[in-house]
Structures are given as C-alpha cells and as structure tokens.
Design a protein around this ligand. Structure first.
Ligand SMILES: *Cc1c(COP(=O)(O)O)cnc(C)c1O
Length: 236
C-alpha cells in the first residue's frame, strides 16, 4: 500500500536540513530562521501530517480557504496561522479575527480596519509590510522608498504590531539576481530595525531561493512546494 504520510514528513526534514546547512554556511544560528509551511490549495489532511511532524507555523493565501482551515483545526494546540496573500479591505475582518500573522500588509487603510476589527481578547495581529522590492507593475506591496513612512504611520495602532518586512522578488533562477533583491530587503530591514523596536522579522525565501534568502538574513522562510509538492492551482 502507498504510504502517503512519508513524503510530507520527509520533505519537512529535508527543508529543515537545508535551513541548518545554509545557516551554517552563512555563519548564522539556525534557530534564528523560522519555517513557515505554505499550505495554500492543499487539503487539511496535509496540514495535519505536517503538524504531526512537529510543524506549527502555517501560511495561507486565500482568505476563505484559510479561515475554513483555521476553524477545522481549532483543536490542534499551538498552530500559528499566517495570512500571506493579497487582501481586499472588505475581507479584513476575517483576517483580523482568525489569523496570528499577516505578511501582506501594504496600506494604512487596511491596517486601520484590522486594528478596529481585531478582537479585544486576542493579542495584536503580528504584521509584516509587503515590499515591492523589484518595483514590478503586477506586484502588490509598497515601494522601498515608502516603507519607513508607512510603518511610522501605523505605530499608534494598538491591535497590530509591525514585526518586519516581506517580499516576493521577481521570479528568477539566477542566484545573483535573487541576491540583489534580497540584499536590498536586508538593508531596508536594518534601517527599520534602528527606528522601530518591534522589528525582528525578515520574511524572505521560498522553495526556489531559500539558500540565498538565508544568506541575506531571512528570519522566516515561506516554503510551499518543497514541503507539500506541486500545487494544481497556479495563482501564485
Ligand atoms: C505560494 C507562496 C509561497 C510558497 O511558494 P513555494 O515556491 O511553493 O515555496 C511563499 N510566499 C507566498 C507569498 C506565496 O504566495
């Protein structure tokens, strides 16, 4: 009989080993790099398998799909849910009420809505500002030059906590191109850290560029395909 549990557990171990070896190569502490398992489009049963292998941080891109999963897995202790996709303001309440993190914040208007909608009994929503690091027309995120003012404008919002920056660089297999984008993110992150005491998260690196991201200071890699396999839907 086919054993479906093996691949996800094995893939997780492979990714953990990769994080370890790239951290070592970069002279960094492996514990400073968190693994976010991106489970978008994948069934709840896959998340359960990853959970049983010790994974706790999960990332979702689509609001309704994410909320469905959050609710179905309510009884699983210690899961930390990250919303990493684009958000329309009319859906902000669903993120405010159901997630622990949001990596795709790029507008003050949404921050204000979430700040009002976050339940009083929940801790502030941890947020990363999404940066359009390669200034692509098609991509969400603020321009690098706008990041500091935007973060400053959000400092008075008590139910959101700006923890850092996130980026999805332009697709490229070329390591030097990847490094160029990530180096810019690192320098922007360092500038923000000087100014904002809550800053501790640089959310960069996916299945295809995790090595370069760790070399460039990533503290959270968002890995989908390398853990759960190819997705059928190809939205992102
Ligand atoms: C899908 C997605 C990922 C994971 O991408 P993989 O290449 O499958 O590892 C990471 N971050 C964001 C924002 C995504 O949408």
């Amino acid at each position: 009989m086919l054993d479906n549990t093996a691949p996800i557990a094995e893939n997780l171990n492979t990714v953990r080993d990769l994080i370890k070896s790239h951290a070592k190569a970069a002279g960094r502490d492996e514990n400073d790099i968190n693994l976010l398992a991106v489970s978008k489009t994948k069934p709840v049963s896959d998340i359960v398998l990853a959970y049983e292998s010790g994974q706790r941080h999960f990332g979702e891109n689509y609001v309704q799909e994410g909320v469905d999963k959050v609710l179905q897995l309510k009884s699983f202790q210690g899961i930390i849910w990250h919303f990493i996709g684009p958000l329309q303001s009319n859906k902000s309440r669903l993120v405010a009420e159901n997630f622990d993190w949001m990596h795709s914040l790029d507008r003050l208007k949404i921050a204000k809505r979430i700040n009002e909608q976050r339940p009083v009994f929940k801790a502030p929503l941890n947020c990363c500002i999404q940066v359009n690091i390669d200034k692509e027309e098609s991509k969400a995120g603020v321009l690098p030059s706008e990041v500091i003012d935007l973060v400053a404008s959000m400092q008075t919002l008590e139910k959101i906590k700006i923890r850092g920056l996130m980026a999805i660089p332009k697709a490229s297999d070329d390591k030097a191109t990847q490094k160029n984008s990530f180096d810019q993110m690192r320098s922007l992150f360092e500038q923000c850290k000087q100014k904002f005491s809550d800053f501790d998260t640089l959310s960069i690196g996916m299945s295809g560029d995790i090595d370069v991201a760790i070399e460039c200071g990533s503290t959270m890699v968002r890995v989908g395909t390398a853990i759960f396999g190819q997705r059928v839907k190809t939205n992102t």
